[in-house]
Design a protein around this ligand. Sequence first.
Ligand SMILES: [Zn+2]
Length: 311
Amino acid sequence: MNVLGIDIGAGTIKSAVFSASGQTLVSAEAETARDYPALKAQLLAIMASLGKPHGVGAVGIGVPGFIAAGDGTIVRSPNMRFLDGIALQKELADATDLRVLVENDANAAALGEFLALAAPVPAPQGDGGNPVRPASFVHLTLGSGIGSGIILNGRIWRGAGGFAAELGHLLVNSQGRDCGCGNRGCAETESSEAGIVQSYQEFAGSPYPLRSRDVFDRLQRGDEAACRAFRRAGVFLGVLLAQIVYALNPELISIGGGVAACGDALLGPAREELARRVVARACAGTTIAPARLGNDAGKAGAAALARQETT
Ligand SMILES: [Zn+2]
């Protein structure tokens, strides 16, 4: 059976049809509609145009926000408030003859990255040589916020009600900035794109630049404020990593997203801070590595989830 994966972002909807072996058969991208009726129509159009011609039996959809475990209702979507309270999974399933599964977008991306991992160790004898993936895996997406997902024994860890793995809202700075979640000092106020830009503006005493990429360009030109902004974000990322290591001691933490593409400017200070805060043997058991799929992880993970949980 082929499955359709859709990743809804505040700006772009990415979609693709995947075969049973995980091969991408067709993909599409479009600007996200700005209200719910238009978005629902857009999703139904994607399902009709990609679903029928490619023999799709199930659809997985990643949505930014808190998703109720079980029925896929969107409890709250901070960046797309028009989705608050929408029973998207039920509405789309009722309107089509497809099985539909709605999942938090960061959880879907984590599953996509997990499934893209090559075998870290040889498979045990006699199981056909399938890749052995880590039993415990954490994925962080450093973008405008910090998205995250936890995969334990091959499955998304959602917690009691679907609110687990909100690692971007772990406290890293008790005297820190206000966060959109209502708390303050969360990791995403420091180590996300918005955090880096805000730090740069504070250090440089300037309202510009507006993107972390601009700060990175200035870093490469030797700008001291840019260097301090990345160092600060990296140190607080290290604080976050220390909490993840002591909470889960996962075998692998993968880090992706636009900010992570800046590489060692961020990850260098993060690794140093992690080593300062956590005993060496705990760190030694956890590998920290760049993500593999990047922007394609969400739709791949959503599709895989639809296959896993609706068949
Ligand atoms: Zn927060």
